[in-house]
Ligand binder design. Structure first.
Ligand SMILES: [Zn+2]
Length: 136
């Protein structure tokens, strides 16, 4: 895997997501429905903890192309550590295209399915394995 964008230390045991970021994800997912949205997660790794503290989203980053993420429309910044996208419908399982994307970019990815609540957000690592996180 490539070194992601300013985060050379990729070792972490715990993932924390700030509540403001979660609220923003939920809000954008609801506003975008029935389209998908995709945004990048920003954060840092320190003392073995990946802390996600920001979201990079532009309102053009919505799609009705099913579960395909168009990587060209993703804004990459130096603090990017992963991605989040929505799945209209109840299924937060990554598609084949999602898995390819997870393997290429970032360290941690979220899919939020309907009904777009905290409990319908699932985190994944670069291999598409379910990965737990805490909201802080
Ligand atoms: Zn997807």
């Amino acid at each position: 895997m490539e070194t992601i964008l300013g985060n050379k230390d990729k070792n972490f045991q715990e993932i924390l997501i700030e509540r403001d970021v979660v609220d923003e994800i939920i809000q954008i997912a609801r506003q975008s429905h029935p389209l998908e949205f995709v945004a990048m997660l920003e954060g840092k790794i320190k003392n073995g903890v990946l802390r996600i503290d920001g979201l990079v989203f532009s309102s053009g980053d919505r799609s009705n192309q099913g579960a395909v993420i168009n990587t060209l429309m993703i804004p990459i910044t130096t603090g990017t550590v992963g991605s989040v996208h929505s799945h209209p419908g109840p299924n937060a399982t990554p598609s084949a295209a999602d898995l390819q994307f997870f393997a290429k970019k970032g360290l941690f990815h979220i899919i939020i399915a309907e009904p777009y609540i905290e409990g319908s957000m699932i985190g994944y690592d670069t291999f598409g394995r379910v990965t737990s996180f805490k909201i802080v």
